[in-house]
Design a protein around this ligand. Structure first.
Ligand SMILES: Nc1nc2c(c(=O)[nH]1)N[C@H]1C(S)=C(S)[C@@H](COP(=O)(O)OP(=O)(O)OC[C@H]3O[C@@H](n4cnc5c(=O)[nH]c(N)nc54)[C@H](O)[C@@H]3O)O[C@H]1N2
Ligand SMILES: Nc1nc2c(c(=O)[nH]1)N[C@H]1C(S)=C(S)[C@@H](COP(=O)(O)OP(=O)(O)OC[C@H]3O[C@@H](n4cnc5c(=O)[nH]c(N)nc54)[C@H](O)[C@@H]3O)O[C@H]1N2
Ligand SMILES: [Mo]
Length: 660
């Protein structure tokens, strides 16, 4: 048996990433959860006994019913899920119906992309941007805040084609990642200052007449005000904010302005800062200034996901839910430790986790674990493995993997819908999330007929979309080919003739919606929460900006327990020689990375692959697979972004010292 890519797929061309290449090893892993488990030891100890599905589901239903009937009602129950699987069925169908019908608290699923998505929405109208399949026609490629070769390797062949055609490829990142290493140039920007760089580019573009006046006049709103704003960002000022030389800011703007079809590949790494939404919004203005949207290969891409209009209302049935409160998933620590869950209303008394491992991935891990340790919290975890989170569960329920269940998927780097058909029967007693929530609904006595829908019916409901872009994505086409291109041209050039998805139909440099939200209606540099110039006292104690983006072989916290991918690795932290020397840090030395929120141990790697003042801790480790039980999220905060309530994982000042 083996896993392989489809060589006929226009985007992936049969190439599998490092991790999915090991999907069989993961699926048949000796530690795979195969039976429901009930906790017998103390929370966090990971001591469990096997029980039957009948016993587990009966007991879970009894506990949840008792909480719902108690003084706080069903709002004391909190679902917690993210993108362990991004499948429409296993990620947002029966599960949502179940929590809607019982009247549980709602979860704001912000942990990855909401800041950037809001930035795009306020500017071009939706998270709809340039098509990577147009990349070969680009004459300048900027990989901006993204580690393409790790996070999005399927893009790389298109980048190569652009380069073969003469395009220069630049990388803007505080870290010289393996991606930056492969580019023509690395621009080592200070974290959280991208909006300033984009405004500095605009300053030069307008000053040197490199704008496309016709595009500005026809398809944008607020061009004059933006030009005024950009005047406030001369290269010298931008140099001191971004840490890039003023001359390079000028030449970058000229390169960009003289290109005909520059492709800006921004991604979510960029927006994990206090000003993340504004950063994305500001960069997203650039192609409308130069008119690059007119041409194939020009524009900006954050994601393609908003093109996929599956019928989520049919899958989730929001009308089953009474009005209630919403809890932001990145504030899980507060939600579990505050008497009013941090947002008002009852305390959280039950937590049901699936497709997520918050004990590893959520920020401010100390507080999260304090919450998970509560003896009066009833916790259920659905997963493939005994994760950090599962160690705190009262019940652990074994879920199926992609190889064992049916699903349909969107994409966020290309325009093809994918069908996921089961290749093997579920291992052991594993069940798909859909089936687990179906059975839980029955055990709770829920009688709405929607709980009887089988997975094939759910696929058909997902596809019952009136959106024209979904016209090609039919059940028969998916069954016949496994994947289908959305009903958009190849390549898709969304704003060649304007047609922005904003209320005005224009690219909104000036956003009345943001003004109504009490925000600056124009692009601006919004400093990170932990920007040294803004918080000098904090920065004096914790002078190093820590980025904890994923290790190449891990998918957030997934695959960390796969030996061939973990190899003999240990948690590491890359430190610049000029930061290492005054702290007496030497290469290979055990060190502690810490701030007021917490600490974790790592091995120091002294390298000029990080800019001075920045450290990189490749993540996201399972606490229990590190030497000291801790990971980088001990140091990250529960603060949120300027829009979208997103996380600020990389907006994080720390200090580093030799281990005792
Ligand atoms: N192998 C692998 N692939 C993945 C994932 C994984 O965990 N492993 N995760 C998937 C998921 S869920 C996501 S959201 C995507 C994320 O993929 P990307 O969007 O590429 O995001 P990150 O890897 O978080 O960060 C990318 C880069 O942003 C840089 N960065 C940090 N702060 C700043 C800044 O202020 N400005 C600039 N210019 N750069 C900055 C970091 O140094 C890092 O190299 O990848 C997906 N693909
Ligand atoms: N410090 C730091 N923190 C981060 C990040 C970072 O780069 N640095 N990345 C952030 C980002 S971008 C994201 S998206 C989040 C990701 O956070 P999560 O969405 O929690 O992702 P994972 O850590 O991959 O954990 C997903 C879990 O879902 C399980 N799973 C997979 N498929 C299924 C299924 O079909 N059924 C069930 N029941 N379980 C399944 C997996 O086994 C795994 O344990 O983490 C965020 N946290
Ligand atoms: Mo993510």
């Amino acid at each position: 048996m083996r896993v392989q890519g489809d060589p006929n797929h226009p985007f992936t061309a049969g190439f599998l990433c490092t991790k999915v290449n090991r999907y069989l090893e993961r699926t048949y892993h000796p530690e795979r959860l195969l039976h429901p488990l009930k906790r017998v030891g103390r929370k966090g100890r990971g001591e469990f006994v096997a029980v039957t599905w009948g016993e587990a589901l009966r007991d879970i239903a009894t506990r949840l019913r008792a909480i719902a009937a108690g003084p706080h009602g069903a709002q004391a129950i909190l679902p917690y899920s993210y993108c362990g699987t991004m499948g429409m069925l296993q990620g947002q169908s029966m599960d949502r119906r179940f929590f809607n019908a019982i009247g549980a608290s709602k979860l704001d699923r912000t942990i990855c992309s909401t800041a950037g998505a809001w930035g795009m929405r306020m500017t071009v109208g939706a998270n709809v941007g340039a098509d990577a399949e147009g990349l070969p026609s680009s004459d300048l490629v900027i990989l901006w805040g993204t580690n393409t070769l790790t996070a999005n390797p399927h893009l790389w062949p298109f980048v190569r084609k652009a380069r073969d055609g003469g395009a220069r490829v630049l990388c803007i990142d505080p870290i010289r990642t393996r991606t930056a290493d492969q580019c023509d140039e690395w621009l080592p920007i200070r974290p959280g200052t991208d909006a300033a760089l984009a405004l500095g580019m605009m300053h030069v573009l307008f000053a040197e007449g490199l704008q496309d006046d016709a595009y500005l006049a026809q398809h944008t709103l607020g061009a004059e005000q933006l030009r005024e704003r950009a005047r406030e960002y001369p290269p010298d000022r931008v140099a001191s904010l971004t840490g890039l030389p003023a001359e390079r800011i000028v030449t970058l703007a000229r390169e960009y302005g003289r290109a005909k079809a520059a492709f800006l590949r921004i991604n979510y790494g960029l927006q994990r800062h206090g000003g993340g939404a504004m950063a994305v919004r500001t960069i997203a203005c650039l192609p409308a200034i130069t008119g690059h949207w007119r041409r194939t290969g020009g524009g900006v891409q954050l994601s393609t996901s908003a093109n996929f209009k599956y019928n989520t209302a049919a899958l989730e049935r929001p009308e089953l839910s009474p009005d209630g409160r919403t809890i932001n998933m990145i504030r899980l620590g507060d939600a579990l430790t505050a008497a009013d869950a941090g947002v008002g209303g009852p305390p959280v008394q039950a937590l049901v986790v699936y497709n997520s491992n918050p004990a590893a991935v959520a920020p401010d891990r100390n507080v999260v674990l304090t919450g998970l340790r509560r003896e009066d919290l009833f916790t259920v975890v659905l997963d493939h493995f005994q994760t950090d989170t599962a160690d705190y569960a009262d019940y652990v329920l074994p879920a199926t993997t992609q190889l064992e269940h049916l699903d349909v998927h969107l994409a966020y780097g290309h325009h093809y819908a994918t069908l996921n058909r089961p290749a093997i029967a579920p291992l052991g007693a594993c069940k798909p999330n859909t089936q687990i929530f179906r059975e839980l609904a029955a055990a709770m006595g829920l009688t709405d007929p929607c709980f009887a829908d089988d997975d094939e019916t759910l696929v058909r409901q997902a596809l019952s979309s009136a959106d024209p872009k979904m016209a090609t994505v039919t059940y028969d086409a998916l069954m016949a080919h496994g994947w289908v291109r959305l009903n958009v041209p190849t390549p898709y050039v969304p704003y060649a003739e304007g047609g922005f998805l904003t209320p005005s139909g224009k690219c909104e440099f000036y956003s009345a919606r943001m003004e109504a939200m009490g925000l600056d209606p124009l692009p601006n540099f919004t400093p990170p929460h932990e920007f040294p110039e803004e918080v000098p006292e904090l920065a004096a104690r914790f002078p190093i900006a820590l980025v904890s983006s994923p290790r190449h072989q891990f998918l957030n916290s997934t695959f960390v327990n796969i030996k061939s991918l973990r190899r003999d690795a240990e948690p590491e932290v890359m430190v610049h020689p000029a930061d290492a020397a005054p702290r007496s840090l030497v290469d290979g030395m055990p060190v502690v990375v810490f701030n007021d929120r917490g600490a974790f141990s790592a091995t120091a790697r002294v390298t000029d692959a990080v800019r001075q003042g920045v450290a990189w801790a490749p993540s996201v480790w399972w606490g229990k697979l590190t030497g000291d039980g801790h990971n980088a999220n001990e140091t990250t905060s529960q603060r949120t972004t300027d829009m979208g309530n997103g996380p600020v994982f990389y907006d994080n000042l720390v200090e580093i010292a030799p281990a005792e």
